[in-house]
Design a protein around this ligand. Structure first.
Ligand code: F6P
Length: 319
């Protein structure tokens, strides 16, 4: 293989640049040329790419976002778009692709592989909802951003005797809400994976209020319910005032943590090595600190849940 392509696709996550850097440096080291397509599958469809040398990835390991930019490409979801993408790639002499992104991006990678283009996926999503890896690139940085924000909110919550409902990202997954609840000492985590009863939560918070515990933090995953809906159900029932903070897209930014930089570097290198060994239709992941390859069919066909132990822990420690 003499020419490989790389894209970052879907919602960006901090550490994507570290992964691109590792892909480029490993490929160059193996004598391969790297085409970095811009804005995910959109760049593949429009033929927008740059040829990446090691200067192109210099000084990027500490930067959030993605130097290749990202997009959610509607055209690529159509059969015509997929045919055009694969024929563009073959036309450019690209012999293998590395796709860095979340669930939707990896679905696209699997389609490309099915059409005969060798592809390896790298999991990158703050949601950490991808099977085949203990953690995806960006989730650790997002958690650190959330914990920093909630620590500050806790100061004002205690000064004013208030409950704060803090909405975090996680479309179908409560990983960020559950893990940040543990790390911040939150009283409640509301996540889509398990049923929740807001009546019972209100009773619990009111019982604490009667004991003189007059502030609290309630973490809610956007995929479970909006913070405003939660407030509607809790207001006037817990004994003290409620305020809302929706953390939004700030969770996707920031300089990647050491953990994300190393994870991304390992996965980037392994993805290129797998391609060069002739692997395709697979994703590289980190499981129990080892790098493993999993078929994209299995990755995409398996639902990843927040660890039950973590769910129990949020409940026990929130009491
Ligand atoms: O999939 C990652 C994610 O950050 C989700 O947590 C969130 O629901 C979504 O992307 C937001 O997407 P967009 O930036 O397109 O609004």
């Amino acid at each position: 293989m003499k020419r490989i392509g790389v894209i970052t696709s879907g919602g960006d996550s901090s550490g994507m640049n570290a992964a691109v850097r590792a892909v480029v440096k490993t490929a160059l080291d193996q004598g391969c040329e790297v085409y970095g397509f811009l804005r995910g599958y959109t760049g593949v469809l429009n033929g927008k790419y740059s040829i990446m040398d090691s200067r192109a990835v210099s000084g990027v390991i500490q930067r959030g976002g993605t130097i290749l930019q990202s997009a959610r490409c509607e055209e690529f979801k159509t059969e015509a778009g997929q045919l055009k993408a694969v024929s563009n790639l073959f036309g450019l002499g690209v012999e293998g692709m590395v796709v860095i992104g979340g669930d939707g991006s990896l679905r696209g990678a699997n389609v490309l592989a099915g059409m005969g283009m060798p592809v390896i996926g790298i999991p990158a999503s703050i949601d950490n909802d991808i099977f085949g890896t203990d953690i995806s690139i960006g989730a650790d940085t997002a958690l650190n951003v959330i914990v920093g924000a909630v620590d500050m909110i806790k100061d004002t919550a205690s000064s004013h005797d208030r409950a704060f409902i803090i909405e975090v990202m996680g479309r179908n997954c409560g990983y960020l809400a559950a893990m940040s609840a543990i790390a911040c000492g939150a009283e409640v985590a509301i996540i889509p994976e398990i049923g929740f009863d807001l009546g019972k939560i209100a009773e619990r918070l009111y019982a604490r209020f009667k004991e003189g515990r007059t502030n609290s933090i309630i973490m809610v995953a956007e995929g479970a319910m909006s913070a405003y809906e939660v407030e509607n159900q809790l207001k006037d029932r817990i004994g003290y005032d409620i305020r809302i903070t929706v953390l939004g897209h700030l969770q996707r930014g920031g300089s990647p943590t050491v953990f994300d930089r190393i994870l991304a570097s390992r996965l980037g290198r392994s993805a290129v090595e797998a391609l060069l060994r002739g692997e395709s239709g697979k994703m590289v992941g980190q499981v129990k600190n080892r790098i493993v390859l999993t078929d994209l069919d299995e990755v995409l066909g398996t639902c990843k849940m927040v660890d039950l132990e973590m769910i129990e822990l949020t409940d026990i420690l929130g009491r």
